[in-house]
Design a binder for this molecule. Structure first.
Ligand code: HAM
Length: 414
């Protein structure tokens, strides 16, 4: 779990505001759901045999004895909100969300126990165009953030009939290798064999690489649907590849499943998503299909250049020469702030210390208020970044100072 400040905080805020603009173009509005939900919401939505539910959730009983869980992802809570607030009257329902998620994961690069996601969910009809549009919107967000080195890895988990046939085939296959499987995968073989394909155990992975592929079990409808999604994606300039082993680590997917993978540097997915046909109904809502995705914000931050997120707001400092001028300088500070000028009031220490502080805070102008300034009703303006002494200072009539500073900030904008 990390503290964020400086560049990291600015990166987070930029990611949210840039993505929000794009979401708005596509008709998404923001939803904020609670960080805790009843544990059962996640168990039912994500699936008891998934790593997320079986190993990674922060679950606790509250004082009333209810089992609550810090949200490990956003989709389940958004579906719960859509149902409890009866938000399916006007379709499509389109929401974007962002915020903290919690998974008791093994910490490593780009993997945290408190992390942040930015996600989008679209509930309405089931259309391959919608799947492609959602993927295109997510790609556009990455591009808008300056991220181009990624590909979309895509698969289909087909309809119920496809998955039934496929699960039968993998049960047969994994049963032949049961002795070699990890203990965990042996249990999954009985309870949820599809989840063996997510195993991080090396031997399991080796066995999985030879397992049957879902594409061979597609019903005609599933096959046609997936082909249409791919054709629609091809209309965009998006680099994508089909990987028949991509099953994603959450149980609620059907048909399209996808992940965004960086092509340079970092290996793990920066985001993932897919279609879910039964999720809303399974949680007690109407029979509507949805599609969505979530980015891992920390992983996006890893790909962003620090230099582009330096503090850029331009500031000035108001500096009383001694304590006697504090009140007069304070008046000037209040006027500048009221005129929306980014301003510091530096009244601690001697004049040398105050000037150093102004420099450290990247102030462009120091507005000096001393004894002469007070009696003569003017302010001495010192340009902090000019080395030529003859141009370094200027005396401005006190009544003109706010106008002068405001004009300086506009006319010298870099
Ligand atoms: P997910 O693949 O579990 O999908 O997570 C989405 C993204 O969250 C991952 O691709 C990754 O970037 C980030 N992430 C996951 N765990 C961690 C972690 N421990 N530390 C840092 N980043 C992490 C979902 O959560 C689905 N709800 C996505 C979705 C939305 N599907 C449909 N709608």
């Amino acid at each position: 779990m990390k503290d964020w400040y400086g560049n990291d905080a600015r990166k987070y805020e930029s990611i949210i505001s840039i993505s929000r603009e794009i979401c708005s173009k596509y008709g998404y509005r923001t939803i904020h759901t609670p960080i805790v939900e009843y544990t059962e919401i996640f168990q039912r939505a994500i699936g008891n045999e998934t790593d997320v539910v079986s190993k990674e959730m922060y679950t606790f009983s509250d004082k009333g004895g209810d089992s609550l869980t810090l949200r490990p992802e956003g989709t389940a809570g958004v579906m719960r909100a859509i149902i409890s607030e009866s938000l399916t009257q006007n379709l499509p329902v389109r929401f974007m969300y962002y915020g903290e998620m919690f998974r008791y994961d093994r910490p490593q690069k780009g993997r945290f126990r408190q992390f942040h996601q930015l996600g989008c969910e679209y509930i309405s009809d089931k259309s391959p165009y919608t799947d492609a549009i959602v993927i295109a919107m997510a790609s556009e967000m990455l591009n808008a953030l300056g991220i181009f080195d990624f590909k979309v890895v895509i698969n289909s988990l087909g309809d119920d009939e496809t998955r039934e046939a496929y699960i039968k085939a993998i049960i047969k296959y994994f049963s032949r290798h049961e002795d070699e499987l990890s203990d965990e995968s042996k249990i999954r073989l009985k309870k949820n064999p599809l989840r063996i394909l997510d195993s991080k155990n090396e031997k399991d992975k080796e066995i999985c690489s030879m397992a049957p592929i879902i594409g061979d079990y597609f019903t005609k409808d599933s096959d046609t649907y997936f082909k249409k999604v791919c054709e629609a994606i091809e209309k965009y300039n998006i680099s994508y590849e089909v990987n028949n082993f991509l099953v994603r680590g959450l149980d609620y997917y059907s048909h399209t499943a996808f992940e965004f993978k960086p092509t340079t540097g970092y290996e793990d997915s920066i985001g993932g998503g897919g279609r879910y046909d039964k999720l809303l109904e399974m949680l007690g809502g109407p029979n509507l299909s949805g599609v969505g995705f979530a980015f891992g914000i920390e992983r996006i931050m890893l790909l962003l250049d620090d230099k582009s997120f330096k503090e850029t707001a331009r500031r000035v400092a108001v500096i009383p020469v001694s304590g006697k001028e504090d009140a007069s300088a304070f008046e000037l500070y209040r006027l500048l702030i009221a005129s929306d000028i980014h301003c510091e009031f530096l009244h601690l220490g001697n004049i040398g210390k105050k000037m150093k502080m102004a420099d450290k805070l990247n102030c462009e102008l120091a507005l000096i208020v001393g004894e002469d300034e007070c009696s003569g009703d003017f302010v001495t303006i010192k340009y902090m970044n000019i080395s030529d002494d003859s141009l370094k200072t200027k005396k401005i009539n006190r009544s003109e100072v706010v106008k002068f500073v405001a004009h300086h900030m506009i006319s010298n904008r870099s």
